[in-house]
Design a protein around this ligand. Structure first.
Ligand code: FE2
Length: 285
């Protein structure tokens, strides 16, 4: 990964490189909050300095898959922060973007992280240091955690499963630079090393995932989207039929295949996130 000297002045720059450059420059909050640093958004707002749909010149291959290992547990909590009161360890944030092979960011991608605690132990009875989240409208994610401890036979790593809506799951692991055990761990993959910098008493890491899909369209909440507004059928009890593109809030009730579900977490519905498939978002009533 490299940082372009002057990304906005380079006609060959891709949207992905622009995002990477902005992330490395610490401009992620600006990207997320205002969006004006993005090539496509700048063009949409009337800017003329970059193409509307920049070509992808990075040629990145999909992120390497890795073994799941013995400690994955399904059903992790929906949360971006794995740190709880009393958590021991060095603070760490991991952030980045989820892209398709066409360099388009993938919103609504499911990222399920699990890792060891600072002493190298996994919580196999509960969900400490386990959590899943969804990439935001810009394809961005952020995980707040601690630096995982070492355990016998492995170098330092974080496990993750990443899935674009309705697509296959990428299972992989993220690594830290300058770890002595990287040289002796047969599972270690240098292409999965995060960019890590020290900030205060903690570390900030970044890593972009590239999934072997062609990206996904933005949710229909886009103000310029061509899709008509969803108009789910309603019943007298306030329960609607689950429908792609609808924004649900906690407490909403839907029916799907004749079964009633209650929304647990506000989200926009994607194909692939049908209520039976995402217990973190819907519970049976
Ligand atoms: Fe592990």
């Amino acid at each position: 990964m490299s940082t372009p000297h002057n990304p906005l002045g380079d006609r060959q720059i891709s949207r992905k490189s622009l995002l990477k450059a902005a992330a490395l420059a610490g401009a992620v909050p600006v990207l997320i909050g205002g969006g004006t640093a993005l090539a496509r958004d700048t063009a949409a707002a009337g800017g003329t300095s970059v193409p509307l749909t920049p070509d992808c010149h990075d040629g990145d291959a999909p992120t390497d898959a890795q073994i799941e290992g013995p400690y994955f547990k399904p059903g992790s909590p929906l949360r971006t922060n794995l740190v709880t009161p009393g958590t021991q360890g060095t603070p760490l944030t991991v952030s980045g973007y989820v892209f398709g092979r066409n360099c388009a960011p993938i919103s609504g991608a499911l990222l399920d992280f699990w890792q060891a605690d600072t002493n190298g132990n996994y919580d196999n009875s509960g969900y400490t240091f386990r959590g899943h989240q969804f990439s935001d409208a810009n394809g961005a994610y952020t995980l707040t955690t601690i630096i995982p401890g070492l355990y016998p036979g492995r170098t330092r790593h974080i496990h993750v499963k990443v899935q674009a809506p309705g697509q296959s799951i990428l299972t992989t692991q993220l690594y830290f630079p300058n770890e002595p055990r990287n040289a002796t761990d047969s599972i270690f993959d240098p292409k999965l090393v995060m960019t890590v910098r020290q900030v205060g008493n903690g570390s900030q890491a970044s890593f972009d995932f590239v999934l072997n899909v062609n990206g996904t369209p933005k949710p229909s909440s886009s103000p310029t989207g061509n899709s008509p507004s969803p108009s789910p059928s309603s019943s007298p009890g306030g329960t609607t039929t689950w429908q792609v593109g609808t924004s649900y809030k906690a407490g909403d009730q839907v029916t799907y295949n004749g079964v009633t579900y209650v929304c647990i977490q506000a989200h926009t519905a994607f194909a692939g996130w049908e209520p039976p498939n995402v217990p973190a978002l819907w519970s049976r009533r």
